[in-house]
Design a binder for this molecule. Structure first.
Ligand code: GLC
Ligand code: CA
Length: 557
């Protein structure tokens, strides 16, 4: 396995809209991010992944781009971006940009042109089809954000494909001119000096040309088999690699919904010349009751099985990302830990230890390092996210499910849980803005905020800081092999890492119960690297307290 900087890096994801507002308009911005770089430096992360900051009408908060080479008005100017990049680099922090090229905004000049006529020069930049018959879309596919994946356009009496909202038309990657334009735009950013790309739904860029109806599950048919890992996706990524990526020392991570471990060895193989790493979702999916919505905690044995399979099947072959949450997922501590006040800190630290000790590049989503929690939504009016708004309408508006049944499910998993403002201190609006925030601040900010956390050496923040520092000292955390122990335990997540003469034992109690654990013979007396509670691990038998976690480290002789 080759050693590379991006395998050793810890990445911090910023959702700019909700990170720091510098001018009191209630929306986070680039100057706000620049003003908080010292905080990130102090935490110790290496790379910042910026969710999209490009010009956008914000139908999907920047994931609908109308100009790839301009900054969103609300976020500032290109000069603000250049300043952010320069200041970050001065501090030794790298910046990875979100690259959203499966689709553009319908307000992108390419689409504005494309919809004008069938003969337009840009027509073939998007995916247009005739309806099946009068008033019927080309097929039954449903979009990720509800409704049909096809939008009728009366100018030419045809439909365009949008796997996400109708304001996010899918680009036609089969058109070489589209690819050329995208590659040129990417080169432009690389020449500016950015340090990499996180590629939005990159596994969906190639569609089969035949577009049959998909299997119906709910109201619409599934486009998956025809659009995810489509026929030319690897060819296009190799072309991108040859024309752009290989020319710069950058990091690339592909958001790859639906990827399997076998496919990951192609997307992010050591020698496949596509991407550096995948960002896969198997461990955060599959818990849904109604589509992706559920009010249940995932089972630990299932979670361990999935995570362990990814650890073992990629070992030495391909590289993975490690994460519990991002801007599309609920808060980690509320979902996998326990956000009740008596357990929040301990379980947040336990989750951090469990993840950071695995192989892969760890991603910290803003506020995770403070143990930020899900938001206590009161009514559907609280939602800002297009996915939650549409889903509520689709399930409850139509009477498919009663409000009382769906409400606990949608509030548990809404993407808005992750999008409430970063909690900086205990002043008004958590110090995020002096104005009215675009989305409400979580009312628990007086207790949970960066000021309190950085001041307290036993905080969740300092636990993350320590884990990041350990990764810099111990190559075993990056390169060691993995073995799951106690596979059948519904309470404990236990694994080892092995690297040359070194070995780690990671023990995490995922429950609110005291749980017995027997330290394996070879680790008895081994020093403890990090733990989230005061305890001694010198004896064979340990009674783990709720959500307790510890890591033992030994050097073999
Ligand atoms: C990705 C993004 C998500 C966005 C979608 C469409 O999944 O992470 O936030 O809504 O793609 O661009
Ligand atoms: Ca602002």
């Amino acid at each position: 396995m080759n050693r590379t900087w991006w395998k050793e890096a810890v990445i911090y994801q910023i959702y700019p809209r909700s990170f720091m507002d510098s001018n009191g308009d209630g929306v986070g911005d680039l100057k706000g991010i620049t003003s908080r770089l010292d905080y990130l430096k102090y935490l110790g992360v290496d790379v910042i992944w910026l969710s999209p900051v490009y010009k956008s009408p914000n139908d999907d908060n920047g994931y609908d781009i109308s100009d790839y080479q301009a900054i969103m008005d609300e976020f500032g100017t290109m000069a603000d971006f250049d300043e952010l990049l320069a200041k970050a680099h001065e501090k030794g922090l790298k910046i990875v940009m979100d690259l959203v090229v499966n689709h553009t905004s319908d307000e992108h000049p390419w689409f504005v042109e494309s919809r004008k006529s069938k003969e337009n020069k840009y027509r073939n930049y998007y995916i247009w089809r005739e309806g099946k018959e009068k008033n019927a879309p080309p097929n039954n596919w449903g979009s990720c954000f509800g409704g049909s994946a096809w939008e009728y356009d009366d100018t030419t009496d045809m439909y365009y494909l949008h796997l996400f909202s109708r304001k996010q038309p899918d680009l036609n990657w089969d058109n070489p001119e589209v690819r050329r334009n995208i590659f040129n735009m990417m080169t432009w950013w690389c020449e500016k000096g950015i340090d990499g790309f996180r590629m939005d739904v990159i596994s969906m860029i190639s569609k089969t040309s035949e577009m049959p109806d998909g299997e119906v599950n709910g109201l619409y048919g599934d486009y998956g088999p025809y659009c995810v890992h489509g026929p030319h996706v690897h060819q296009y990524l190799q072309e991108m690699n040859e024309k752009v990526l290989s020319k710069f020392d950058i990091m690339t991570v592909g958001e790859t919904p639906g990827v399997t471990t076998a496919l990951a060895t192609q997307y992010a193989g050591e020698n496949t010349h596509e991407l550096n790493m995948v960002f896969q979702f198997e461990h955060v999916e599959g818990d849904g009751k109604y589509g992706k919505w559920t009010d249940e905690k995932p089972s630990l044995t299932a979670l361990k099985k999935t995570l362990s399979r990814w650890q073992n099947e990629l070992y030495g072959k391909a590289w993975n990302s490690l994460f519990w949450n991002n801007h599309d997922q609920p808060r980690a501590v509320s979902r996998f830990g326990d956000d009740r006040p008596q357990y929040r800190e301990t379980s947040a630290k336990m989750l951090a230890a469990c993840l950071h000790m695995m192989q892969g590049s760890p991603y910290i989503y803003q506020g995770e390092e403070l143990g930020m929690t899900n938001y206590p939504f009161r009514s559907p009016e609280d939602f800002r996210d297009i996915e939650s708004i549409n889903a509520y309408q689709e399930w409850c508006g139509s009477g498919r499910l009663p409000h009382e049944v769906f409400w606990p499910c949608i509030t548990r998993k809404s993407r808005d849980n992750a999008r409430t403002p970063m909690q900086w201190d205990d002043s008004a609006q958590a110090g995020f803005t002096t104005g009215t925030p675009w989305i409400a601040v979580n009312p628990n900010y007086p207790e949970i905020n960066a000021k309190t956390e950085t001041a307290d050496p036993s905080s969740v923040f300092h636990f993350y800081k320590k884990l990041i520092a350990l990764r810099k000292q111990l190559p075993i955390m990056v390169y060691g092999s993995y073995e799951l122990l106690l596979e059948e335990s519904e309470e404990l997540f236990v694994y080892t890492r092995t690297f040359a003469q070194e070995k780690l034992l990671v023990v995490c109690n995922f429950t609110d119960m005291e749980t017995a654990f027997t330290v394996p013979e070879e680790f008895i007396g081994a020093p403890c690297l990090i733990a989230n509670l005061e305890n001694s691990y010198d004896e064979r038998d340990v009674a783990l307290k709720p959500y307790e976690a510890f890591v033992l480290y030994k050097k073999q002789d």
